[in-house]
Unconditional design. Structure first.
Length: 202
């Protein structure tokens, strides 16, 4: 199976094309280009991918605003919106070409490969005695599990390779959790009474 992993960014996409046979993954190509250029490459490819896996970022949230300031949160929200637009554009192109698409959150992908999000759970770098970054852990996993991965690659390319490998392994988004916001109250109950002859009373 040929899988194209995509990590949409604010202006361009990191991508990684993998050949997956059984449990073995082999690197074919990786790089970065605009969403439009990547769509053209997919359309004109002699052998189109069987599956496209798109990584969905976490976006901005209140924690980022508290830690890095409101300006950083607004910047991330803007870039996240651009990335979502690129992802939506690629989904549309894949639909027109009849290619299956899987969209996975970055947290789901990292959890599958047991890459901890919290610093306290990451191994220490022996040189600095500080927790290693997520990017370092992603690179280790990619190099260990994908053969022929190039010596030099950018973070977005490795993220694309990781989401592609996760999708090839059958990782899918968790089902939505449905919760009842309110219980039926007196206003939601219908009272029906009958008359003496058994007919409905008005």
């Amino acid at each position: 199976m040929r899988v194209l992993g995509v990590d949409p960014g604010p202006t361009s996409c990191g991508f990684a094309l993998l050949e997956v046979t059984g449990g073995l993954a082999q690197h074919i190509a990786c790089g970065a280009m605009s969403g439009l250029d990547l769509a053209v490459e997919i359309r004109d490819a002699q052998r189109k991918p069987d599956l496209i896996a798109i990584e969905r970022g976490a976006g901005a949230h209140a924690g980022i605003a508290r830690k890095r300031g409101a300006q950083a949160a607004l910047s991330i929200a803007k870039h996240g919106g651009n990335a979502q637009e690129i992802g939506g554009f690629l989904r549309g192109v894949a639909w027109l070409l009849g290619i299956d698409v899987v969209e996975l959150a970055a947290t789901v992908v990292r959890s599958h490969f047991k890459i901890p999000h919290r610093k306290a759970h990451r191994p220490l770098d022996p040189r600095t005695m500080e927790p290693v970054t997520e990017d370092v852990l992603v690179e280790r996993v990619v190099r260990r599990l994908i053969s022929d991965w190039p010596d030099r690659s950018a973070n977005h390319e490795r993220d694309a390779g990781l989401v592609g490998l996760a999708a090839a392994r059958g990782v899918r988004p968790p089902p939505p959790v449905l919760t009842a916001r309110s219980k039926p109250g007196p206003r939601n109950r219908v009272k029906v009474s009958t008359g003496q002859n058994g007919t409905l009373a008005k």
